[in-house]
Design a protein. Structure first.
Length: 559
């Protein structure tokens, strides 16, 4: 695969130089190598973004640099030169002395990377202890200094907190504090903002950029989000299936991509264009929510005060047949709680949920059973929501069979649905672990459609997907809606994604609807300060890849 190589940005010091690196896969298959013959540099004082889809080799490259590859993956050839030393030739003892001290790393999922049994202060101190830095009282002072440096509130109290007590953004800041405690020359950030809300993501990106500039370090930032690239990158390297296909300055790659794969990725970025408006209809709403309320009360303990959280507080909306309502907001805004209330997965504390002319709010679980087949959900995590011990056919047919359809009929319908969501019929006989994340989400959609629902609730159903896979799933949902006249509730934290698919958008803030209207109105003329804050936090908001969209469409490059 040819690489489009442009002149690198000149910097005073080359920190990292990866040369012709090849990492072999343990067994033959579609690909023999995890990464093959890749070369790139990271200089002091710059941010290099490594971009690509899942499976492109981004994280493998980072782990090879850190010496953290699993035992079944071995570098076969090439060099990884850090400050002139080839990391591939160093002993494990020498690598240990470099990790954390000279090369820091922020991992993608802080809840997995942080020890749940240690306070966050102890974990930051442990990094210093391993390298014998900041002995005695200086170590405790350094912990407080780092917690304050990354913008965490009340460091004196927070250092004693355990990871589960912190929000996702706070845990990520702790990871950054750990990575920077010993002021490394090189920072590797592996998808550090993927699972975060748009406002928290903006804060973390600004923090990394500020730290990078103040410390003059080099940053290797791994991401699949070109909006993030537009915000922070000095240079960009694009990876596809283990190959590095394009390199250049951020301006060159973002605005004048030379490789068809880069063009496809950029074309798949949501551009904020609003979904077509729905014509006025005399039809009654298929779903109507009136003064919906859900309250959570935390347990009271000896040292813990009882806390009342109004997760959903007086929410009202209605959805017409064939219409999509987007519910947008940050974590904790109440949007996912609304989805669970609509399907009666949790009991409501007040209000009404009118579906097909009936208030389902007070219904018992037995009363809900015949109704529930008409209200189905696509869950956020396609890995956790599919039973790994059951084949796809069983997963899709279980619902219809439980509702009285004979297995033979349900199996025929399941295979039709697999074709409908653009999967091969052979998927019926395979297990979920044999599919990619995007394919699993398609299976989740097929399962939700198996009961021929009138209303489909999609809870963050594309947030964990690569940008190109996300575009495919959004297009699929649009096509299915038009073909089956589905009514959809689309829950997301991304206003750009909501504007692509939704006819109306409800912006949630602290359990209430802050703003409601068509996407064009919400994006172009927001009235609520919270909505303005969400829009301002959209990554790459000042970068508009419209020209790329037009270019790829003219060239017939499909996503």
């Amino acid at each position: 695969m040819d690489t489009i190589q442009r002149d690198p940005k000149k910097q005073s010091e080359k920190l990292l130089s990866v040369r012709n690196l090849t990492v072999a896969l343990p067994r033959s298959g579609d690909r023999a190598f995890a990464v093959e013959d890749i070369s790139f540099d990271v200089h002091a004082g710059e941010i290099v973004c490594i971009v690509g889809e899942s499976g492109s080799g981004k994280s493998i490259s980072a782990n090879a640099i850190m010496g953290l590859l699993p035992s079944y993956l071995k570098p076969q050839s090439g060099q990884i030169l850090f400050q002139g030393k080839d990391l591939l030739t160093l002993t494990e003892e020498t690598l240990l002395s470099l990790r954390g001290k000279d090369i820091g790393m922020i991992f993608q999922e802080p809840m997995s990377a942080l020890n749940p049994l240690m306070s966050v202060g102890s974990q930051i101190a442990e990094v210093m202890a391993v390298h014998g830095a900041y002995p005695g009282r200086a170590r405790a002072a350094r912990v407080l200094e780092m917690l304050d440096f990354v913008g965490l509130p009340d460091p004196q109290s927070l250092r004693n907190a355990y990871p589960f007590r912190l929000s996702g953004g706070q845990r990520q800041r702790v990871m950054i504090a750990m990575a920077l405690a010993l002021e490394p020359s090189l920072l590797i950030a592996d998808e550090p903002t993927t699972a975060l809300d748009v406002t928290t993501q903006a804060q973390i990106l600004a923090l990394i950029k500020r730290i990078q500039q103040s410390m003059g370090m080099g940053v290797m930032f791994i991401t699949h989000d070109f909006g993030v690239v537009a915000d922070i990158a000095d240079r960009v390297a694009v990876m596809q299936q283990g190959h590095l296909v394009e390199q250049g300055t951020a301006e060159e790659v973002l605005n004048h991509p030379g490789h068809p794969y880069t063009q496809r990725l950029i074309a798949a970025v949501p551009d904020g264009r609003a979904a077509p408006a729905v014509a006025a209809s005399s039809q009654e709403a298929v779903l109507k929510v009136v003064d919906l309320r859900k309250t959570y009360v935390t347990a009271r303990g000896l040292f813990v005060k009882k806390r009342v959280v109004h997760a959903v507080n007086g929410v009202n909306f209605s959805v017409l047949p064939g219409q999509t309502l987007g519910i947008v907001g940050e974590s904790g805004s109440g949007k996912s709680t609304i989805g669970k209330c609509l399907l009666k997965l949790i009991d409501i504390d007040g209000g009404q949920i009118w579906f097909d002319g009936k208030d389902i709010g007070p219904m018992s679980q037995s009363e809900m059973r015949p109704v529930r087949q008409h209200l189905q959900m696509i869950f956020q995590d396609p890995f956790a929501s599919l039973n790994p011990r059951q084949k796809v056919g069983r997963i899709i047919t279980d619902g219809p069979v439980a509702n009285g359809v004979d297995y033979a009929t349900a199996a025929v319908r399941a295979k039709e649905l697999l074709r409908l969501v653009e999967l091969d019929e052979s998927a019926f006989y395979r297990y979920p672990n044999e599919f990619s994340g995007g394919q699993r989400q398609r299976i989740g959609i097929a399962r939700a459609l198996a009961l021929e629902p009138k209303v489909l609730v999609a809870d963050e159903s594309v947030s964990a997907l690569d940008v190109s896979v996300q575009a495919q799933v959004l297009r699929l949902l649009q096509e299915l809606q038009q073909r089956l006249n589905l009514t959809m509730i689309f829950i997301t934290h991304d206003l750009r994604v909501a504007s692509q698919l939704c006819h109306q958008i409800a912006v949630m803030h602290k359990g209430s609807i802050a703003e409601y209207g068509p996407p064009a109105q919400i994006l172009d003329n927001p009235t609520h300060e919270y909505t303005k804050k969400l829009i301002a936090a959209i990554p790459g908001k000042n970068w508009h890849p419209t020209a790329i969209h037009s270019h790829t469409e003219e060239d017939g490059i499909s996503i």
